[in-house]
Design a protein around this ligand. Structure first.
Ligand code: ADP
Length: 332
């Protein structure tokens, strides 16, 4: 193996830059050539390659987003698109590839390994922390801290005005961010896609809280919550907006809704994200040097290792019930 490529794909996450930096510098340390691929898989198809040296990843460790840029690329899902990508990599003399991204991007890694000579490995980069076989995905800690910062600020105004606030955070299929930040932010209710809830219970608890003299109520809801709402189309798909209306109707209380949106994806990566990204980037190159392919770098029990991509792309379908119960106990 002489030359490797690195790309970031799918939804960006804070910590992708320290991961790129680690891949590039580890590879150079082991006398490998490195090219960066711009715009994810699109760059493979369009031959958007740039040579990387130590200097090309200087001063990026603290930056959010990804300097290689990310994209979603439908063409890579087609056989013809992928064959073009393999040909381009072959012409460039690329022997192996590191892909940093979420489950969709990792499916691309599987295809590359199955259909070409190129050895490909993945690094989990997504704020959702929704992949199996790893306790951690790069970006989740920064996103949690961003959400927590917003909760703290909203808490100030919620207390001053004695209002109920619904905060909608990211997590289409996963309630991880809502659960963890709800616990850390002291939310009264945490609503996640994995657990059904009765809106009446939520509104009753809010009313009881105010009767007991609570100055505010905070409800954290993941964007992926569908049930028990019959139709979210009038709320532009937002369960937070629907929940806000329901609380107003049933309690008569002033209720405000904040949808945090894309600000959760941005920001300088936290210390934890930088450390894990640096360790994962190093491990990815290490796997390639050992001749491994079709692996995802993982983080389990405070240790960096690897697992088969097939096992990794299964999305976590459950949340940690012990943490959910703890959050409930502490919000009484
Ligand atoms: P994420 O990696 O954040 O989950 P996506 O699901 O949008 O994001 O996937 C990112 C990209 O990975 C897609 O735009 C596509 O180029 C590639 N990809 C996703 N699924 C597949 C697949 N089954 N086969 C080949 N490539 C895929």
């Amino acid at each position: 193996m002489k030359k490797i490529a690195v790309l970031t794909s799918g939804g960006d996450s804070p910590g992708m830059n320290p991961a790129i930096r680690s891949v590039v510098r580890t590879a150079i340390y082991y006398n490998l050539e490195v090219v960066g691929v711009k715009h994810g898989y699109k760059g493979l198809i369009e031959k958007d390659f740039i040579p990387m040296d130590r200097g090309s990843v200087a001063d990026i460790i603290q930056r959010g987003g990804t300097v290689l840029l990310s994209a979603r690329c439908e063409e890579f899902k087609t056989e013809a698109g992928r064959q073009r990508a393999y040909k381009n990599m072959q012409e460039e003399g690329i022997d192996a590839l590191v892909v940093i991204g979420g489950d969709g991007s990792l499916r691309g890694v599987q295809k590359i390994n199955a259909e070409s000579e190129i050895k490909a490995v993945g690094i989990p980069g997504t704020i959702d922390n929704d992949l199996s076989c790893t306790d951690y995905t790069i970006g989740v800690d920064t996103a949690m801290n961003t959400i927590l910062d917003a909760i703290n600020k909203i808490r100030d105004t919620a207390t001053s005005h004695e209002r109920t606030f619904v905060i909608e955070c990211m997590g289409r299929g996963s309630g991880y961010l809502a659960l963890m930040t709800g616990l850390a932010g002291g939310a009264e209710y945490i609503l996640v896609p994995e657990i059904d809830f009765d809106p009446k219970e939520v509104t009753d608890k809010i009313k009881q809280g105010f009767k007991r003299g609570k100055l505010h109520s905070l409800i954290l809801i993941a964007e992926g919550v569908k049930a028990p709402f019959a139709d979210l189309s009038e709320y532009n798909g937002s369960p937070g907006m629907a929940m806000g209306d329901l609380i107003r109707e049933r309690t008569g209380m002033e209720t405000r809704v904040t949808i945090l949106g894309h600000l959760q994806r941005g920001g300088s990566p936290t210390a934890t994200d930088r450390v894990v990204a640096s360790r994962m980037g190093h491990k990815a190159v290490d796997l390639l040097l050992q001749g491994k392919r079709d692996k995802m770098v993982n983080y389990k029990n405070n240790s960096i290792g690897s697992c088969d991509i097939t096992d990794a792309i299964v999305k976590k379908s459950e949340i940690d019930m012990k943490i959910y119960q703890l959050a409930n106990i502490l919000s009484m």
